[in-house]
Design a binder for this molecule. Structure first.
Ligand SMILES: Cc1ncc(COP(=O)(O)O)c(C=O)c1O
Length: 379
């Protein structure tokens, strides 16, 4: 049996989600825009999914727009917020997901002023630097609520307090936080936020953008009346119903599930500290997702360790990715002040549905030897 500890990359589908999707694919194939009974039934189920997503993020159903991914939702939020204010001024952070940083790079190339605020060594936004950046009128502030690599959670209410007075639209990328910590549009004091079903035990290719009333989200895919003309195209009904079911489940017993994810994550970290010398945790140990552990194994290469673990049946993620033949250190770990060499030794473990104590102990039994071998290989 494989041991899957990469829930920040994607998650296994819950059985209830699979059942809801199969029912949709097999029995409720109607087009939600059709006016006959088949269409009405598909529409009714889509409306149910919208209500479930809205409930998960403390929004109204009318505030939710379905998308094909969180990547699409981030792109749409950024473009929408700046549409009437081009070229505009944007403040963001150095640790955003590429679905935020890349569209912002393109906008910067076209004249938008984009400021990236640094983070401290735990990965939290430097407040003073943010306050300085927000002394000037700003159109858009984009912040990742919980980082995908380190799990570090930002102090959103504090960020909102700085963003409000300058009249900026505050967009929050909540993709990694959903299903792991409570997320509410109102509590975050955000104007918009986004998420993706496959990060909380739903299907891939189903995401959403939630925006406060009065936020002018311009249409981002033209050519149909769907999603109140904001995103044209016949809906991915099975995927979205899967998103709705996953949202339902993610909201249920969240404190208990979070405690269990954290218990397994902490057992792993304590075991690593006990059994493996020369390790360091990346990110905040306090303001962190309950499921995420990013560890630097000093003097080892993360990609070599990842491969060795994979051969032993364990799936994790490395802190550096091989891009066109060379090892690119993670921009997130670099932003935390790690050298390329240090970032190379990082592995991310992320727990979730399906993990248990026995699996963690199996990984702990494997790690000391695999780390020693990876260190030898690195010379
Ligand atoms: C923080 C964050 N934002 C956005 C995304 C993109 O999500 P999707 O896979 O739905 O495009 C991811 C996925 O890794 C993520 O971790």
């Amino acid at each position: 049996m494989r041991i899957y500890l990469d829930h920040n990359a994607t998650t296994p589908l819950r059985e209830e989600v699979i059942q809801a999707m199969i029912e949709m694919l097999r029995d409720h194939y109607g087009n939600p825009s059709s006016s006959h009974r088949e269409g009405a039934e598909a529409r009714r189920r889509l409306d149910g999914a919208r209500e479930a997503v809205a409930a998960l993020v403390g929004a109204g159903p009318g505030q939710v727009v379905f998308t094909g991914s969180a990547t699409e939702a981030n792109n749409a939020a950024i473009r929408g917020a700046l549409r009437a204010r081009r070229p505009g001024r944007v403040v963001t952070t150095t640790i955003e997901h590429p679905s935020v940083s890349e569209p912002l790079e393109v906008l910067a190339g076209a004249g938008t002023e984009v400021l990236c605020v640094p983070v401290d060594e735990t990965g939290r936004v430097e407040r003073e630097a943010l306050a300085r950046a927000l002394r000037e009128p700003t159109d858009l502030v984009v912040v990742i609520l919980a980082n995908n690599e380190t799990g570090t959670i930002q102090d959103l209410p504090a960020i909102a307090q700085l963003a409000r007075p300058v009249g900026a639209h505050l967009h929050v990328d909540a993709t990694q936080a959903l299903g792991k910590i409570p997320v509410s549009l109102g509590d975050l004091q955000a104007d918009s936020l986004c998420g993706s079903a496959h990060k909380f035990n739903g299907p891939k290719g189903a995401g959403f953008l939630a925006a406060r009333d009065g936020v002018n989200l311009s249409p981002f895919i033209l050519g149909g009346p769907q999603e109140r003309r904001r995103r044209g195209g016949t809906e991915n009904t099975a995927g979205l119903v899967g998103l709705g079911k996953a949202a339902d489940l993610a909201g249920q017993a969240l404190p208990e599930r979070a405690r269990e994810m954290a218990r397994l994550r902490d057992r792993l970290w304590e075991g690593i500290v006990e059994k493996v010398p020369g390790v360091r945790r990346n990110g905040s140990a306090e303001h962190v997702l309950p499921n995420t552990l990013n560890v630097e194994f000093q003097g080892a290469a993360g990609d070599v360790l990842l491969e060795a673990l994979d051969l032993e049946g364990v799936a994790v993620s490395a802190g550096a990715a091989c891009a066109s033949g060379s090892i690119e250190p993670s921009h997130v770990l670099s932003a935390l002040g790690r050298s390329p060499e240090e970032a190379r030794g990082a592995l991310r473990f992320s727990t979730g549905h399906g993990n248990d104590t026995q699996q963690i102990d199996q990984v702990l039994a494997l790690l000391p030897d695999l780390v020693a071998r990876a260190r030898e290989a690195a010379g």
